[in-house]
Design a protein around this ligand. Structure first.
Ligand SMILES: Cc1cc2nc3c(=O)[nH]c(=O)nc-3n(C[C@H](O)[C@H](O)[C@H](O)COP(=O)(O)OP(=O)(O)OC[C@H]3O[C@@H](n4cnc5c(N)ncnc54)[C@H](O)[C@@H]3O)c2cc1C
Ligand code: FES
Length: 325
């Protein structure tokens, strides 16, 4: 296992799983316990008693025993956190899974401190996955921020299945690009695909990089580069193209709108906030167009039904998603 810094806020975490991991597909995710696995709450110890918590952080129960629950003295990620599978390998020692995580809160701060030999609680693979339509030959992989990791795993599957692909990598600035920029191939400042991103180039796929502040690649948004690429395609090429996207919701909404405008099929991996990750808590609902068993209608008369991002998704066919805004 290793945990290496990729840029200012992203880490690549490789997890070695001793047991055989069930087969996984691009788009699927794992739930990681982002705290020391044995720090379970000893609720028995708390039953029936009130605790006074002194300022020095050491607390005793009525019998004078020291209470050790770290969740009571410092911020702790109680629930597991979902992360897309960014890569996978199987060998004689078992399976390794790659996760690329951005430090945004208590759980990912804990993950960032992990070192080789540390143990992590993991459940997965979970959720559904991207499909590779047989009538398509060209694929555009559009990832923004923490939506990039599933694109790397997908790129491997596409290379194996002999599809062509172009990676689209967007970030706010150079320091936040969670990719390896090649030493000898700078990203094209006009938005043309080059072999500039190591994760795609090693599979033979070119990529386009955009940054909001212009510090790397095209100055602009990833959707500007996608619009340009779709405009350049002839109708027959568009017909053979599928766009896969994952990232912030406004970015994905624009990607979906561009695909609809250019008549290109599109699959979306939503990163809806989740709790259980396995269909129990109902916290991850998304509205999906459904003519058979609708829950309600949109204001413009589209019937929809709630689906769970964790078990029905996270991948959905783009036109079926009813966005919340
Ligand atoms: C299916 C799926 C796949 C994901 N894949 C990745 C991945 O590959 N790499 C990665 O870095 N992150 C990924 N995420 C997001 C990741 O799960 C959250 O960043 C993580 O749970 C934050 O945990 P935390 O304890 O550090 O932050 P918290 O302390 O829980 O939250 C910090 C801040 O982040 C916000 N936040 C937390 N989760 C989300 C979310 N899902 N969407 C928007 N805002 C959120 C909170 O509202 C809060 O403002 C994925 C999420 C889903 C649902
Ligand atoms: S996260 Fe619990 S039902 Fe989806």
């Amino acid at each position: 296992m290793f945990n290496e810094s990729i840029c200012q806020e992203h880490y690549r975490l490789r997890l070695r799983v001793a047991e055989a991991v069930p087969p996984s597909q691009p788009g699927q995710f794992v739930q990681l316990g982002c705290r020391t696995p044995n720090s379970v709450i000893d609720s028995e110890q708390l039953l029936g008693g009130e605790l006074q918590w002194p300022r020095d952080g050491v607390c005793e129960d009525a019998s004078g025993n020291i209470v050790h629950q770290v969740e009571l003295v410092e911020p702790l990620a109680l629930l597991r956190r979902p992360f897309s599978i960014a890569g996978r390998g199987d060998d004689a020692r078992g399976t390794w899974l790659d996760v690329i995580h951005r430090v945004v809160g208590v759980g990912t701060r804990w993950l960032a401190e992990l070192r080789g030999g540390d143990a992590v609680d993991l459940i997965g693979p979970l959720g559904n996955w991207f499909t590779l339509p047989e009538d398509k030959t060209t694929t555009l992989l559009v990832g923004g921020g923490v939506g990039l990791p599933p694109m790397f795993y997908l790129a491997e599957a596409l290379a194996t299945a002999h599809y062509q692909a172009i990676g689209f990598v967007g970030a706010m600035s150079h320091d936040l690009l969670a990719v390896t920029i090649a030493d000898d191939q700078a990203p094209d400042p006009t938005g043309l695909p080059t072999m500039c991103v190591g994760e795609f180039a090693q599979l033979g796929f070119p990529a386009i990089v955009t940054t909001d502040d212009g510090t790397c690649g095209l100055h602009g948004r990833i959707t500007d580069a996608l619009a340009d690429q779709l405009d350049r395609m002839t109708p027959p090429v568009r017909h053979q193209t599928v766009v896969y996207t994952c990232g912030p919701e406004p970015m994905m909404q624009t990607v979906v709108a561009l695909c609809a405008e250019h008549d290109v099929s599109c699959q979306v991996c939503v990163e809806q906030a989740m709790a259980c990750g396995m269909g129990t808590c109902q916290s991850c609902v998304v509205r999906i167009e459904d003519h058979e068993y609708p829950h309600a209608m949109t204001s413009n008369g589209v019937p929809w039904r709630y689906r769970l991002a964790c078990t029905d998704g996270p991948v959905f066919d783009a036109p079926s998603i009813i966005w919340s805004s």
